[in-house]
Design a protein. Structure first.
Ligand SMILES: [Fe+2]
Ligand SMILES: [Fe+2]
Length: 245
């Protein structure tokens, strides 16, 4: 069932509590009474159409209106992606880190296992940080410059120069699968480490890892299937209109 503008925001959460993290990214706080999705979005100055598409794709992996998502501005899309990065680094990673520390202390007696688990996640954390940093420092500013040039119909010489050395194809080719390592981490816990002493704690950690993996999948899908083709079209237009003599 798809979320629509007129249903109550409270019901959105009752329908699927995973939407809580989406609300968080849009800066929407709880306490909205019986207000509809549209009214709550208005209150928080959030584009209700964009919110709906993001929330629906987030909770339903078969729902992905690629073409409609591409109609939203690059600023709006990259702003959402940035907020999602922030959510990973400030909320999800520290939560998982704490669970791993608790696991290390209470579940395994062999030092090797503790070191392995801690080190694996620490490496992963650094990899995720490098991945998102590169996007925020290089890729997103580039996409915004391309959108500005496209909308102004008069690209700055600096943008044309930038396009000679960088393009969205470069990003697409170097964009690595950040979810893969999480799959390996889950497997280490599920298959290779000895049975943990605290099963509940272990399940909680696995639950968080599965969630983060799914969230990252959704995030990468927006980068690769929405942002990349949108920018590629704009690049083509700029090249055809402004770089041919
Ligand atoms: Fe990202
Ligand atoms: Fe990414």
């Amino acid at each position: 069932m798809l979320i629509t503008k007129n249903i109550k925001m409270a019901d959105v959460i009752h329908m699927n509590y995973f939407t809580l993290s989406v609300l968080n990214r849009f800066g929407i706080e709880l306490g909205f009474g019986d207000k509809s999705v549209e009214d709550v979005c208005k209150k928080y100055k959030v584009d209700p159409d964009f919110f709906l598409e993001i929330a629906n794709t987030f909770v339903n992996k078969d729902y992905f209106p690629k073409k409609h998502l591409q109609t939203f501005s690059v600023k709006l899309i990259t702003d959402y992606l940035r907020k999602t990065h922030h959510y990973y680094h400030k909320i999800k990673v520290p939560e998982i880190e704490l669970l791993i520390e608790n696991m290390v202390e209470s579940c395994y007696t062999q030092k090797d296992n503790m070191v392995l688990l801690r080190k694996f996640f620490n490496d992963y954390k650094n990899e995720l940080l490098n991945h998102t940093q590169r996007e925020e420092e290089v890729v997103f500013p580039y996409t915004i410059a391309i959108e500005d040039a496209f909308l102004n119909q008069n690209p700055d010489e600096s943008v044309l120069q930038m396009m000679e050395t960088y393009s969205i194809d470069v990003f697409e080719n170097e964009h690595d699968n950040i979810e893969e390592k999480l799959f390996d981490l889950k497997n280490i816990i599920i298959k290779y480490l000895p049975a943990p002493k605290d099963q509940k704690l272990c399940n909680k950690l696995l639950h968080e890892l599965f969630n983060l993996e799914q969230d990252l999948n959704d995030h990468s899908r927006i980068e690769e299937k929405v942002l990349v083709p949108k920018i590629r079209e704009m690049e083509k237009f700029i090249i055809n209109s402004f770089t041919k003599s």
